[in-house]
Design a protein around this ligand. Structure first.
Ligand SMILES: Nc1nc2c(c(=O)[nH]1)N[C@H]1C(S)=C(S)[C@@H](COP(=O)(O)OP(=O)(O)OC[C@H]3O[C@@H](n4cnc5c(=O)[nH]c(N)nc54)[C@H](O)[C@@H]3O)O[C@H]1N2
Ligand SMILES: Nc1nc2c(c(=O)[nH]1)N[C@H]1C(S)=C(S)[C@@H](COP(=O)(O)OP(=O)(O)OC[C@H]3O[C@@H](n4cnc5c(=O)[nH]c(N)nc54)[C@H](O)[C@@H]3O)O[C@H]1N2
Ligand code: SF4
Ligand SMILES: [Mo]
Length: 687
């Protein structure tokens, strides 16, 4: 029997980018476990990926091309050969382009795999050659990156692993123990050395349960709390004058502004006691070093950019950037971006720029009559937008259009693939080579193919090559090999060690404190606390609190008085991935609506009752969860994100697609709903 061990790297859209090893016996993967030599994940994976082989060998895998063989959306398909499927795609897409022009084609791809080759490479050239519309904006990360770059001139922040040197850790809008679980041991290490861990989150998460202190503001109100913290820091002289003099500007203006923001004023907005805000500010201003960790959650808000911009002021006021274990850390993907330069994959645009369509407004794009040309051909890969993008009811209505031709590259018949005209089978990560940058640490992973592609599935790069050929395109750049792309991508790293160990640290200093001695990326090199640049761009010159329109004080709050939080909360799902696999879905127990006893009693709802959660966009019907230990607070309900066909309702039929304040992101957590008891029936999208 031939037994091999193959090193690889997890591809999921997760900050941890763990290293794994696959044991292969006679060509079949029999075991997948953590690579103990990986310096960050240290041999541990997670409850999702520990069982990934169930997914690889699932009887539900799509293993041949499938062509629709019934009404759209019914999930009725027949197997076909690649030749037949590609021929159909070329014919239908060719006709759409001939009738409407290339921009009638809309690409929609996300981070279902984070590998550089499979996430986004030849697709860019393929769609440029087609003259397709460009996919713009981001469901994840874009708002925070824009905000950080606008505020301090660069997307870069501190190495998350430096949290181990901290004495005060603020986990602000991140659910570390669930979403970034391999960082938790580094936080425990800090704790072992005496650090205090504070969680700030509107939801009492599993991370909050493990913290020394939990602060639960009303959703979307953190900026008021941060302004009041700055009020206390300035009032009580807990600031680093020397750092401010040398590396910031606009301090006096900011100080005058926050003088108005007493903890009492902020408390009335954020629902956190004034004394709690005072004490937190005191801790922040006196303990050293203080490390703020944040990720994605708080960007999904109407004022998501303002959150990041304001938070970044705190370490500048106290000079916390100076210290190892101080400062602020969010996604660190931009470090890898600057080292794996993939700009060679961007084709030079001939002629006028192709129009951009926001990936966050897919429902609008598929149903509006404002677009000329209309979208009549859609390609989806690396994502499940019918379940993961807000206004899912509108998306379903768009996908149902007879005059829309939809191609989905997938491993499974997802909620989105169910609407396809053609499904093309995609490899799983253990069936393909790739290099995988991380956004939760500074290591780069290599993924060696462990088994041959299952059935007729292909890696995404091969998909784009086949589509190019079917369309009759002859530019050689469309057919560049994986080896050639990898060689160009890896020019600045030790590719030999990367391949042999499957992990290397990015070539960056061990002690990475980007702003220890100033050096902000602004034109002045200073952190412009009062920002002329932002003002010129039509943004607030100073950090400001704004109510959300779709928030508790917005115009619709009388009809829909409850804020809906729809966070990732499941141990066994990764966004919607795995939610359709029974072995993962069953232990998660089903979707639900969690609400406080007060909000439940006011509506005559008891624990376990079936309830309808609704707004003008749609509704879902799920059991209520209530009791003394709920994770929410009055005025806020939780319906978890992650469920999708066939095991659960898509919460995104309810969520808002309002863009975030400075663009690029989407405010899906600023959504208002009402909840009533429901005697029966399934929810319906109203769009
Ligand atoms: N098990 C599991 N792990 C995952 C995922 C998964 O689906 N399942 N998804 C992965 C992906 S794609 C991502 S982007 C990361 C995300 O990682 P995180 O950003 O850590 O996770 P989120 O749940 O998006 O948001 C974190 C927290 O932000 C809180 N939040 C929302 N609004 C506000 C606010 O206004 N103020 C404050 N203070 N907090 C707020 C939410 O309640 C939530 O608990 O997780 C990754 N890891
Ligand atoms: N209500 C609500 N909505 C949210 C969020 C939330 O917290 N609440 N979170 C948002 C966030 S942060 C994110 S990142 C998005 C995630 O949204 P999506 O990216 O749409 O997430 P997934 O459901 O994980 O879909 C990934 C798909 O890619 C497929 N895939 C994996 N590998 C490959 C491959 O190699 N090739 C191809 N062709 N396909 C592959 C998988 O089978 C899977 O179906 O959702 C967002 N939507
Ligand atoms: S999903 Fe995240 S935590 Fe799980 S193995 Fe992959 S990278 Fe690690
Ligand atoms: Mo994400």
């Amino acid at each position: 029997m031939a037994i091999r061990t193959v090193l690889g790297t997890c591809h999921h859209d997760c900050p941890d980018t763990c290293g794994w090893e696959v044991t292969v016996e006679d060509g079949r993967a029999v075991r997948l476990r953590g690579n103990p030599a990986h310096p960050y994940s240290k041999g541990e994976l997670c409850p999702k990926v520990n069982r990934m082989l169930d997914r690889v060998y699932s009887p539900d895998r799509v293993l041949t091309p499938l062509i629709r063989d019934g009404e759209k959306g019914t999930g009725t398909f027949r197997p076909a050969s690649w030749d037949e499927a590609l021929h159909l795609v070329a014919e239908r897409v060719g006709a759409a382009v001939a009738q409407h022009g290339g921009e009638t084609v809309l690409p929609w791809g996300d981070a279902g795999t984070q590998g550089s080759l499979m996430r986004s490479s030849l697709d860019r050239r393929f769609f440029a050659r087609l003259g397709a519309s460009r996919q713009v904006d981001s469901l994840c990360g874009g708002a925070a990156r824009n905000a950080t770059t606008s505020a301090i001139g660069s997307p870069l922040t501190n190495d998350p692993l430096d949290v181990r040197f901290a004495r005060l850790v603020l986990l602000w809008g991140t659910n570390t123990r669930l979403t970034n679980r391999h960082l938790w041991p580094f936080i425990e290490e800090a704790r072992g050395n005496g650090a205090k861990v504070v969680v700030v989150d509107p939801v009492r998460t599993v991370t909050a349960d493990a913290a020394d202190q939990f602060i639960q503001p009303l959703p979307g109100t953190d900026v008021a709390m941060m302004l009041a913290m700055m009020h206390v820091l300035v009032r009580d002289g807990l600031i680093d004058r020397d750092y401010l003099d040398r590396h910031a500007s606009g301090f006096d203006e900011l100080a005058a502004h926050v003088a108005e923001w007493t903890p009492t004023r902020a408390s009335a907005i954020c629902g956190v006691a004034a004394g709690t805000i005072e004490a937190l500010a005191h801790d922040y201003g006196t303990v050293m070093p203080t490390f703020i960790r944040t990720l994605i959650g708080a960007e999904h808000r109407e004022h998501g950019a303002q959150f990041f911009r304001t938070l970044l002021c705190l370490p500048t006021l106290t000079g916390a950037w100076r210290h190892r274990g101080g400062g602020l850390s969010r996604s660190v993907g931009s470090y890898a971006d600057s080292i794996l330069d993939d700009s060679f994959l961007e084709p030079v645009e001939a002629g006028p720029q192709r129009r951009g369509i926001s990936m966050n407004r897919l429902g609008w794009a598929l149903t509006t009559d404002e677009l000329d040309p209309p979208v009549t051909a859609l390609f989806v890969w690396n994502g499940n937008p019918a379940a993961t993008v807000p206004e899912a009811g509108l998306i379903a209505r768009g996908l149902a259009r007879d005059d829309l031709f939809t191609v989905v590259s997938e491993q499974f018949v997802t909620e989105t693939a169910r609407w396809a005209d053609v499904i093309l089978p995609a490899c799983s990560q253990i069936e393909q080579d790739d290099v995988v940058p991380a956004w939760g640490h500074l290591y780069l992973g290599y993924n060696h193919k462990a088994i041959e592609p299952m059935g007729e599935s292909v890696p995404n790069t091969e998909l784009w090559r086949r589509l190019s050929k079917a369309m009759g395109f002859d530019d050689p750049a469309l057919y560049e090999s994986d080896e050639s792309i990898l060689e160009r991508l890896l020019g600045k790293v030790d590719a030999h060690t990367l391949r042999s160990d499957a992990v290397i640290r990015l070539p960056l200093p061990e002690d990475l404190r980007p702003y220890a001695d100033g050096g902000f990326g602004t034109p002045s090199g200073r952190h412009e606390l009062a920002s002329p640049g932002l003002e010129a761009a039509g943004r607030d010159r100073l950090p400001e609190y704004h109510d959300a329109v779709e928030g508790p004080r917005g115009p619709d709050s009388a009809r829909f008085p409850l804020v809906l939080m729809s966070p990732k909360i499941h141990q066994r799902f990764l966004n919607t991935s795995y939610s359709h696999i029974d072995a993962h879905a069953r232990p998660e127990g089903g979707a639900y609506c969690e609400l406080t006893e007060g909000d439940a009693a006011a509506r005559g709802i008891a624990d376990g009752d079936l309830v309808c959660v609704f707004n003008d966009r749609g509704s879902v019907v799920v059991p209520a969860r209530t009791g003394p230990d709920v994770r929410t607070r009055d005025g806020m309900v939780i319906v978890p994100f992650g469920w999708s066909w066939p095991n659960g309702p898509t919460v995104n039929v309810l969520t808002s697609s309002t863009p975030t304040d400075w663009g690029g992101g989407v405010a899906l957590y600023d959504t208002l709903v009402e909840v009533t008891r429901s005697e029966s029936g399934a929810g319906t999208p109203r769009n």
